[in-house]
Design a binder for this molecule. Structure first.
Ligand code: XIL
Length: 327
């Protein structure tokens, strides 16, 4: 039988966001290993998940249990691992939120963190999102106002990439952000920053998150946004794909008609990605396996969603067939 990973014929990775807990459940394990060639931890490799404190000598205290479990899972099942994410303003350990040392001491902790994580997983994690969502949504503002900006200054992103490059010159370094396919101003800022980092040989790729809608952005917008990134000659990751069908809140259940429209959007995304020059295609990663696992639950999202390739019962949706048709 055809599977996603067979269908892409090793032209790029087909990824899925996972958790260490779910890899231990046989029904998830079966589909992860049958369909996918790469994993991203939905949360287990974020800073707040592994950085549990700072001891009296200024050394970071870690909980490696979940990340180690995922690495072992990937080794057993021959899966690529994309690391997500070293630095993100929404995943702050308590010890950094409450940090009362100097700015230099703060920066030293960040350098220690990046160095220790990359050194520990050298050769086991193929790529890392070094910084996630650092560019501001406001067109007139370059940097999002985060603790990292306040403590380390406007060159904090470059510093973090430099720490990562120094720790492991072989791991692929990515910058990752959202709204990249339709917010041309934000995208311009991201790509200009990536250009700067590339001049200094500090970056290898860019992730477009791709939390999108079934009817937005248009094919042309997504194509143009992809072409602009191709022109930068960096690896391309469609890093967190999910396709909302209920942004207008007009559905109380997933309909056959909307399902086909979603499949069409997935097909177009895959076609656009597949047409990227071979050497720049890194991965398409789905942000979850099945609809009832999505982060877009009513509590976060305000309404129900069905944004993934599999339904609650692990059955392939039309969107799954759309993925195959895009190849
Ligand atoms: C989300 C996870 O899916 C949620 O489980 C968690 O509560 C918050 O983070 N952009 C990113 C991802 O880069 O890390 C986010 O993941 C979704 C938005």
């Amino acid at each position: 039988d055809i599977t996603l990973k067979k269908a892409v014929e090793n032209n790029f990775f087909v990824g899925v966001a996972v958790s260490a807990t779910r890899t231990e459940i046989s029904s998830y394990d079966e589909v992860y290993t049958r369909e996918f060639s790469s994993i991203t931890a939905e949360n287990d490799m974020k800073m707040a998940s592994i950085f549990t404190g700072i001891d009296g000598s200024g050394n970071i205290i870690y909980d490696w249990s979940k990340i180690d479990a995922l690495i072992a899972y990937a080794e057993t099942n021959n899966l690529n691992v994309h690391g997500h994410t070293l630095i993100w303003h929404r995943s702050l350990p308590q010890a950094l939120e409450n940090f009362n040392g100097t700015d230099q001491e703060f920066e030293d902790v960040i350098e220690q963190y990046i160095t220790e994580v990359l050194t520990r997983y050298k050769g086991k994690i193929n790529s890392w999102d070094v910084v996630n969502e650092a560019i501001d949504d406001d067109p007139s503002t370059q940097w999002r106002n985060t603790l990292f900006l306040q403590r380390m200054g406007e060159d904090y992103v470059e510093k973090c990439f430099a720490f990562a490059r120094a720790a492991d010159p072989d791991v692929k370094l990515f910058y990752n952000d959202y709204n990249m396919t339709f917010d041309a101003i934000k995208r311009g800022k991201v790509l200009a920053m990536a250009d700067q980092l590339k001049t200094k040989n500090l970056i290898d790729g860019v992730g477009y998150q791709m939390h999108i809608d079934y009817n937005f952005p248009s094919r042309q917008e997504i194509q143009d946004a992809t072409d602009e990134l191709v022109a930068k000659n960096l690896l391309i990751h469609f890093a967190e794909l999910d396709v909302k069908v209920n942004a207008a809140n007009d559905l109380t259940e997933f309909t056959a008609e909307r399902s086909l429209a979603q499949a069409q959007q997935v097909k177009e995304i895959v076609e656009i990605f597949n047409a990227i020059p071979q050497q720049l295609k890194y991965a398409i990663t789905m942000w979850g396996l099945k609809d009832d696992d999505t982060w877009l639950i009513p509590e976060n999202n305000g309404r129900p969603e069905w944004p993934l390739l599999f339904d609650e019962s692990f059955q392939k949706k039309d969107a799954y067939q759309g993925f195959l048709q895009g190849l």
